[in-house]
Design a protein around this ligand. Structure first.
Ligand code: ADP
Ligand code: MG
Length: 305
């Protein structure tokens, strides 16, 4: 019954100009999770993160970080969270080492407890510790921002679109590092519009769309919500059309003369029954393969319309 890492209730944001970006968000992010906040561009992910970071003022609702209300205990709330912003903002004329020392100073970390070099090693920037930050590549800047978010050793790390526009190799490295932090006990929240990123990393996922939470569940449960499954069946003779009598299916398509794609609801029937159906209309089955629904199917389902 421990307080969740983050608890958001009725969070609402209307920007000056009238844009309703958050329309009453409720979210609980359990301690120890890798939590994905997934949604298309403009859904309200950064607005949510920036309210937690104290960068954007909410219009209504409340948020607690590690048990601290962001209005009542802003200092404790801020001390409990490290945020890697979506934009690559950094101090061009400081070195990575100076950047971390300055940030540690801002958070009141005494010099004896600073660990700037250790953090630079962790994000593999120790060889760049004393060059100007403006000479770093995009990927290095992203890593520096991760280190910067960790100077005060927060129990919660939030990464806003950490791999947007980042190449595959670096994406993999960042994922590994995030997994390592998580294994060490850090609660990780990441926003992404990449489905495969959420699927690969997160144990729980909330999907937000147009400022509303449209799903919030364990990754596996969300995947199971995608009920449709496809059987791709090669039969023993050429067909001109889908034979009549393939009932109980959500869809049947003839792709090439002998290959049928049969879509069924796996909550209602199973592959054996579908294949029995194929045999019952007088066709021999030569080959079968299946395709499981993925997060994209769930996502499209939930964000449609
Ligand atoms: P996401 O991070 O999910 O892509 P954002 O939270 O950045 O979405 O944006 C949510 C909505 O709020 C979008 O329609 C966006 O255009 C709008 N928005 C974001 N920031 C501002 C701002 N500073 N002023 C006005 N509208 C904004
Ligand atoms: Mg964003």
């Amino acid at each position: 019954m421990s307080e969740p890492a983050i608890r958001i209730s009725g969070l609402t944001k209307t920007y000056a100009g009238g844009k309703l970006a958050l329309d009453g968000i409720d979210l609980e992010i359990p301690r120890g999770s890798i939590f994905g906040l997934l949604g298309p561009n403009g859904a309200g992910k950064s607005t949510t993160i920036n309210i937690l970071a104290g960068l954007v003022n909410k219009t209504a609702g409340s948020a607690r970080i590690w048990g601290f209300d962001i209005d009542e205990h802003p200092r404790n709330a801020k001390a409990s969270i490290g945020i890697v912003p979506q934009e690559l903002v950094f101090d061009a004329f400081f070195t990575p080492f100076e950047t971390l020392e300055l940030q540690a100073g801002l958070f009141g970390v005494p010099p004896a407890r600073r660990r700037s070099m250790e953090l630079l090693r962790a994000v593999r920037l120790d060889d760049k510790a004393h060059v100007y930050s403006r000479t770093l590549s995009g990927g290095m800047k992203r890593r520096l921002l991760v280190a910067k978010a960790l100077v005060h050793n927060p129990p919660v790390l939030v990464l806003d679109e950490p791999t947007a526009g980042v190449d595959i190799e670096l994406r993999q490295q960042l994922w590994d590092y995030v997994r390592m932090l998580h294994a060490g006990g850090t609660t990780v929240v990441l926003t992404t519009h990449y489905l495969e990123e959420a699927e690969a990393l997160c144990d729980r996922i909330a999907i937000i769309n147009q400022g509303k939470v449209v799903a919030n569940d364990e990754t596996g449960t969300l995947l199971a919500m995608a009920g449709d499954k496809k059987l791709i069946v090669t039969v023993d003779r050429d067909l001109d059309a889908v034979p009549p009598g393939l009932e109980g299916l959500k869809g049947a398509e003839l792709r090439m003369g002998r290959v049928l794609t049969l879509t069924y609801d796996k909550r209602r029937t199973n592959a054996g029954a579908v294949l029995a159906n194929v045999a019952a209309v007088g066709l021999g089955v030569v080959d079968v393969s299946t395709r499981e629904a993925d997060l994209e199917d769930v996502f499209l389902d939930l964000t449609r319309g």
